[in-house]
Design a protein around this ligand. Structure first.
Ligand code: GRF
Length: 196
């Protein structure tokens, strides 16, 4: 049986779309069963539904400052669907140690830089400002710190003379859409499933 995957988003969802489309190929070794957003207005939710994937919002507001309670509600949705791998794809909330621990080794993130360079926000502008010749994206396992954790794969692009932030972001994003499905496939093949 293929591992069951959930994708967590907060916005546009282009990486989610790339993952869902890749997983729709018959020979892809994982199945996307749920797209979940902390924002009910996330554009990605509608995109996922159009692709035939269940898509739900679990907003943080009802939980106030209790981030773990919000994550327990998210986790309950994941468990209810027997999810085995979680892909963060533009999920813009810091996770608590509780959720991270619960999914150790089975939660991935994509970040738009060549980690450990440029963790955090505004990575493209920072790469240009630093005069980098190369930039790119990283898929890594999620651990306690922000944009940390074992790197599973990276894709590189050149920073071209006169690059704007938008031009560089678009060049990196095209690579994100190739890298993430490839790395999820690799991990899915490795994960041994519990006997059912
Ligand atoms: C991507 O650049 C991803 O690397 C970062 O957030 C952005 C999400 O974009 N973590 P999208 O929602 O997948 O289009």
């Amino acid at each position: 049986m293929k591992p069951r995957v959930a994708i967590l988003i907060s916005g546009r969802g282009s990486n989610m779309e790339a993952l869902v489309k890749a997983a729709q190929a018959r020979d892809y070794p994982a199945e996307v069963v749920l797209v979940l957003s902390n924002k009910s207005e996330a554009m990605g939710l509608e995109i996922a539904r159009k692709l035939g994937i269940e898509a739900i919002a679990v907003p943080a507001r009802p939980f106030g400052k209790d981030r773990e309670a919000h994550e327990r509600a998210i986790d309950a949705q994941l468990r209810a669907r027997n999810v085995q791998i979680v892909c963060l794809a533009g999920y813009m909330r810091l996770l608590t140690p509780w959720l991270v621990q619960r999914w150790t080794g089975r939660m991935l993130n994509i970040h738009p830089s060549l980690l450990p360079n440029f963790p955090g926000l505004d990575t493209h502008a920072r790469a240009i400002a630093a005069g980098e010749a190369e930039h790119g994206c990283t898929v890594h396992l999620v651990t306690g710190g922000m944009d940390e954790g074992p790197v599973l794969g990276q894709a590189r692009v050149p920073v071209l003379p006169g690059d704007t932030e938008a031009a560089l972001a678009a060049r990196v994003l095209a690579q994100e859409h190739r890298l993430y499905p490839a790395i999820l496939a690799e991990l899915s093949r490795k994960i041994s499933l519990p006997a059912s």
